[in-house]
Design a protein around this ligand. Structure first.
Ligand code: ADP
Length: 598
């Protein structure tokens, strides 16, 4: 499918045309920048032709309006959809959304959260809609990827009324972090859902993202793209007490302080240039301001890497991207220096020799280092084109409702656990068969003990598994006194420990989780519904008393599976689910996706 992607910023318009078949080829790349009186700079290129110069457009609107003519001149036709990068989707947009009057009004309503970016994005949408009224227009949001961040990462400890007004951490650069984390996982040869990755995007704007087992868990940008790292012209982290201090000492207004933190801070304030190349040249020439700027820049990134490794309880890979992350070997070295204690060591020759042509993602860690270090070019527009194609490929109506099964707390035991709890050589007694073929509830029960309490007579589900796994609800985890993470079955690295008691003894084990909701489905049923293993869908439950839409429900395709959604007791109670309840897949593009409440 041919997709035109717009990335309209406050001072530039970038656009690209992609063929999102198997190869995801970029057919055309264009930009208009440095708008000034009556003109701007342009650059257009394809594989075989590259042109740059000045164009007679003095603002963004004129530049967007010129795009159809440019594409016609370059022989680019056959567009099937348009994707728009939208900076802020708030808590409302957890997935790409079809842009229509309702969704545009919602995006407009989010303008106070992104006063520079959202209006420019919307302008591009309005012009594109008038030029290509027949094409679907899809918004892809920089914030969506981070909506999986847990509340402890998104909440500021501020008065409730402020939080109710929308003051929370959102995080940005989501499309880039998602792309590079997946590209790194591909390079490593493991699914992203099995890896703990820190994505370090260092461009004019810069942010770090903790990608824990495939989901964004924390990101250094917050309510706005101002929090976190030192950037080209933005300060990153500053004590909020600065506002009072500057107001009293220098008589500055909130607007003046805010403008300076956005536009006159960062590298520009420290070293006189927002461009890292200049700063590095000046530092090399002995300028102490530039040397401090570089040290501070690297130190801040290093602190976040340490923090996010701790937050995830481990680290498999660090990925560098963005203009600085991709091109500055010396900055990568400064950031990584001193992290040897956590198994992160660079190979300096590989670091110097990085080549990123053709979406390469070279590994530059030292031989034997525990943590991989990868460099790759970010490809936000490509990622947007892919997400547009995926969103449009999803069927808009789905045939059958999905039966919903409620899983009460239970354990899966390893042979070692069975021996410890019931005695060597003991075999569990299969009792009631479950709907998934070959699975049963055992007649035996166990007790689960945590630091605060015990859960008695917990069901054991057979057959035995390689690893012991204890699945409880969030409410159960409070009773135990342990903060159990939400995980897919089998993803047990770093999960908390509990003690199990059986008639023959006790067994201490990790593996305590709140099971992520999922749908078991057979290959044929999945195909009929246009779903694939690993997809996430939204499922709407309606009932006489309560109803709920469950977002991010994982599709698990297994031969012979009985199609059924599995949720836990907390989820069932919240949705008012009774025996025999059914859910309905929310069609196609999630126009009004609901934020996961984690
Ligand atoms: P944006 O966030 O606007 O997309 P980029 O990702 O293009 O920005 O990153 C721009 C930054 O990358 C600038 O600070 C620029 O100096 C820096 N950069 C580009 N090439 C190099 C290089 N070879 N060495 C150091 N910094 C570089």
């Amino acid at each position: 499918m041919r997709v035109l992607v717009f990335n309209a910023g406050s001072s530039s318009l970038k656009f690209g045309v992609f063929d999102t078949g198997t190869d995801n080829v970029q057919l055309f790349k264009g930009s208009f920048e440095r708008f000034r009186d009556g003109q701007c700079n342009f650059r257009f290129c394809t594989d075989t032709r590259d042109e740059a110069g000045e164009a007679p457009h003095s603002d963004l609107s004129a530049a967007i309006a010129a795009v159809p003519g440019v594409l016609a001149d370059w022989g680019i036709d056959g567009l099937r959809a348009i994707g728009h990068r939208i900076a802020h989707g708030g808590a409302e947009f957890a997935a790409p959304a079809r842009l229509d009057s309702a969704t545009l009004a919602m995006i407009d309503g989010l303008t106070p959260l992104a006063p520079l970016h959202n209006p420019a994005n919307l302008e591009a949408v309005h012009i594109a809609m008038s030029v290509w009224p027949e094409l679907p227009q899809i918004g892809v949001f920089d914030t969506s990827y981070h909506l999986t961040n847990p509340a402890r990462a998104t909440t500021y400890a501020v008065p409730k009324a402020w939080r109710q007004a929308g003051l929370r951490r959102y995080g940005f650069h989501g499309t880039s972090h998602k792309y590079v984390a997946e590209r790194a996982a591909q390079e490593i040869g493991q699914p992203v859902s099995a890896l703990r990755i820190i994505s370090v995007h260092l461009g004019n704007g810069a942010s770090v993202c903790a990608v824990n087992l495939g989901l964004s868990m924390d990101s250094s940008m917050g309510l706005t793209p101002l929090e976190g790292l030192v950037m080209g012209t933005r300060s990153g982290d500053v004590d909020p007490g600065a506002f009072g201090f500057l107001s009293r000492q220098l008589g500055l207004s909130v607007t003046e302080i805010e403008a300076a933190l956005y536009n006159d801070s960062g590298l520009k304030a420290l070293a006189g240039s927002s461009d890292m190349r200049d700063v590095e040249d000046r530092a090399a020439a002995g300028e102490s301001d530039a040397q401090l700027a570089i040290n501070l820049y690297a130190y801040r990134v290093r602190k976040y890497i340490g923090a996010y490794a701790a937050a995830m309880g481990g680290l498999d890979a660090v990925v560098f991207t963005g203009g600085i992350g991709e091109n500055s070997a010396s900055m990568r070295r400064r950031i990584c220096d001193g992290l040897e204690f956590m198994g992160l060591r660079l190979d300096h020759d590989l670091n110097q020799a990085v080549q990123l042509d053709n979406r390469a993602a070279p590994q530059i860690q030292a031989y034997g280092a525990k943590v991989r270090v990868i460099v790759t070019e970010t490809a936000e527009q490509l990622q947007i084109a892919r997400e547009v194609a995926t969103a449009l490929a999803r069927p808009t109506t789905l045939p059958e409702p999905i039966p919903v099964a409620v899983s009460a707390r239970h354990v899966h035991l390893s042979p070692e656990a069975v021996a410890a709890l019931f005695g060597p050589g003991y075999e569990l007694t299969p009792g009631k068969p479950l709907r998934q073929p070959g699975n049963w509830a055992a007649q035996e029960r166990v007790t689960v003990e945590g630091p605060k309490g015990r859960l008695e007579r917990v069901a054991i589900l057979g057959p035995m598994r390689g690893q012991t796994q204890i699945e409880v609800s969030r409410t159960d985890s409070f009773a135990l006194g342990i903060d159990a993470p939400v995980r897919d079955s089998g993803q047990l690295a770093g999960t908390p420990r509990v003690r199990l008691h059986g008639p023959a003894g006790s067994y201490d084990t990790d593996g305590l989780i709140v099971a992520a909701r999922h749908i078991h489905i057979s290959p044929a049923d999945a195909q009929a519904r246009g779903l694939a293993d690993g997809d996430f869908v939204d499922v709407r439950i309606t009932g006489p008393e309560r109803g709920l839409t469950f977002t991010r429900t994982l599709i698990r395709v297994q031969p012979g599976a009985f199609t059924e959604m599995h949720i836990d007791t907390d989820e069932a109670n919240a949705a008012g689910i009774r025996a025999g309840s059914e859910g309905e897949l929310v069609p196609g593009v999630a126009a009004q996706a609901v934020t996961p409440a984690r």
